[in-house]
Design a protein. Structure first.
Length: 88
């Protein structure tokens, strides 16, 4: 659990950081947040925080949202094909 917490918080900080600096380069926060990859990133971290708020029974919504974590992981492996340093 501690490892999941660490990486989720790290990824959440990176997500918030991207939103915070988008206006520096002439962009706006809302259009940046609505980009498909940004929405997918939000959906990847959302289940962790929703689960932390709701300690009740796991619903089907959480199961669907966890699929986005898998998609995020697959995107990282896809990047590995193009970057030598990311090869496992």
């Amino acid at each position: 659990f501690a490892l999941e917490l660490f990486f989720t918080l790290l990824f959440a900080a990176e997500y918030v950081g991207r939103l915070a600096v988008c206006s520096v380069f002439g962009g706006k926060v809302l259009p940046t947040a609505l980009k498909p990859l940004m929405v997918m990133d939000l959906l990847a971290i959302l289940p962790f925080f929703l689960d932390a708020l709701d300690k009740g029974e796991e619903t089907a919504v959480f199961k669907v949202l966890r699929v986005f974590r898998l998609v995020r992981l697959l995107r990282i492996f896809k990047l590995g094909r193009f970057a030598w340093g990311l090869r496992l």
